[in-house]
Design a binder for this molecule. Structure first.
Ligand code: SAH
Ligand code: SF4
Ligand code: F3S
Length: 462
């Protein structure tokens, strides 16, 4: 296996020194607000950013308009994500007019897009700091530099990416903790921009992951969610990921989940792990993207419909109650009505608990963006609606089948809709709401499922 490109501890110490230097500046921002867009990877990065900003002496400000420093952690996976980020940034210009000391930072996947940082610098000169996905750990240095000179700092690195250990963090939740196991993606699915903005695959050492998980357990973590664009290629693939799960299972983490799995790399060892690991939850997010072989080929997914269905069959053979969820793209360039029907029939066949459905969005620099696309936007909208209707009916049936069961639920939130109710997840991943108080958050309780709604279950404490 290739050696892991690790950022040196000297570099991290240097950044810690910058955190101290910023803390000592009188006219520095006193409070911060982070807007985290996109996937869990970004959410996890935001926890690291929050940790660094707090080390610099800033306090979290929940109201965006009142913060001295606003940081956008952006996503660009689809055009609407990018538009949302840019729309937000433009709005900040107004805010800065009234508050000249406001510091505006923009980073994440969008700024890492080719040419984007330069364009933003020119068009939005009121942004004080633009950085990318590969140099997040240098934020302290950049913030220090800006505060010294009050000149915009723009730095986006063009590298394959590194692994960074030892940065501070401020976690959103203790009971459910997200843990990165790898970064980047080598798959280059033809529609996807992620490999261009997140760099090449690189894995953390199992010892570092184990240490982090052990510390989280000490702090009261009940559920660990392992993160990677394709966890199945952890340390190059094969049995490595299943081995990591085994190590973490032995640590006694009450609940283990992970995302995301690529069907082409899902190993026999991982399937076996579903059969015998006590703490591995019976739920799996396994994006299929399409049900037609020709579309899958053009997407460069490197599996076909039969392979996907076979995986589903084998997973259910070892863990019959496993809940499967998926991502599906509708309207890939040139997708015919018959090819779309193959996606519909696959959805009928697999019966996902939930599926995230997206209309294909061309991303500059990807292969699919160059493919002719004669299907109209109206046609694509009509197709996705049919798919959503089908999936909703299936999801509702899956929820109804849970009624009458008793489930162990990890309580994670106070219900916003029903006063006096809390919510949490069953092992399979279904959300259940039931009467209870906020003290239950972070605890396991037994709940009897009494009814099913459109997307969630209702129950009562046993
Ligand atoms: N690494 C993960 C997911 C990354 S992006 C995986 O491989 O499953 C999350 C989802 O966004 C993808 O699964 C895909 O369904 C969707 N997506 C990615 N690029 C897209 C695009 N250009 N248009 C529409 N949906 C896209
Ligand atoms: Fe994108 Fe494919 Fe990589 Fe997932 S596996 S991040 S969809 S290129
Ligand atoms: Fe978006 Fe970047 Fe995640 S593009 S989906 S935030 S990896």
């Amino acid at each position: 296996m290739k050696e892991r490109p690790l950022v040196s501890q000297e570099e991290i110490l240097k950044q810690r020194e910058y955190m101290r230097l910023v803390r000592e500046i009188d006219r520095r921002p006193q409070s911060y607000h982070i807007v985290s867009m996109g996937c869990q990877m970004n959410a996890r990065d935001s926890e690291t950013i929050a940790g660094m900003l707090e080390e610099m002496g800033m306090e979290r400000q929940p109201v965006r308009e009142q913060a001295d420093l606003i940081l956008y952690n952006t996503c660009c996976v689809r055009e609407n994500a990018e538009n949302k980020a840019l729309g937000n940034v433009i709005w900040l210009k107004e805010l800065k007019r009234d508050k000249s000391e406001l510091m505006i930072c923009v980073g994440g996947c969008m700024t890492q897009e080719k040419g984007m940082a330069a364009t933003m610098k020119k068009r939005y000169p009121f942004i004080d700091l633009i950085y990318g996905t590969h140099n997040l750990y240098r934020l302290p240095e950049y913030i220090y530099r800006f505060l010294q000179g009050r000149e915009p700092v723009v730095e986006v690195l063009d590298t394959d990416g590194e692994v960074v250990e030892g940065l501070p963090e401020k976690r959103e939740s203790v009971h459910t903790s997200f843990v990165n196991i790898m970064y980047g993606c080598n798959n280059f699915c033809s529609y996807c921009i992620v490999p261009y903005v997140r760099g090449r695959e690189r894995s953390r050492d199992p010892e570092d992951i184990e240490r982090e998980v052990a510390q989280l357990l000490e702090k009261g973590a009940q559920e660990i969610v392992l993160l990677g664009q394709n966890v199945n290629s952890y340390r190059g693939g094969g049995a490595e990921f299943a081995n990591l799960l085994r190590r973490l299972d032995r640590l006694g983490v009450p609940r283990i989940r992970f995302m995301t799995s690529h069907p082409k790399d899902l190993s026999d060892e991982l399937i076996a792990a579903y059969g015998d690991l006590e703490h591995l939850m019976p739920s799996l997010h396994l994006p299929v993207q399409a049900g037609n072989d020709e579309i899958l080929r053009q997407m460069n997914r490197r599996y076909n419909r039969a392979r996907y269905l076979d995986l589903v069959r084998r997973l259910r053979a070892v863990r019959p109650e496993i809940g499967l969820t998926s991502d599906i793209i509708v309207g890939f360039p040139g997708e015919t009505e018959a090819q779309f029907e193959d996606t519909m029939s696959l959805v009928r066949e697999v019966r996902f608990d939930a599926a995230y459905t997206f209309i294909y969005s061309p991303r500059k620099g990807t292969k699919a963006a160059e493919m002719p696309d004669p299907v109209t936007a109206e046609e694509k909208s009509a197709r996705i609606q049919r798919l959503i209707d089908l999936q909703q009916a299936i999801a509702y049936e899956a929820l109804c089948a849970q009624v009458g069961r008793k489930e162990i639920v990890l309580v994670d939130s106070v219900s916003t809709r029903d006063a006096g109710s809390v919510g949490g997840k069953t092992p399979r991943g279904h959300m259940v709401n039931f009467p209870g108080s906020a003290e239950l958050i972070g605890k396991f309780v037994e709940v009897e499922i009494t009814s099913a709604g459109k997307n969630t279950l209702r129950g009562k404490l046993v």
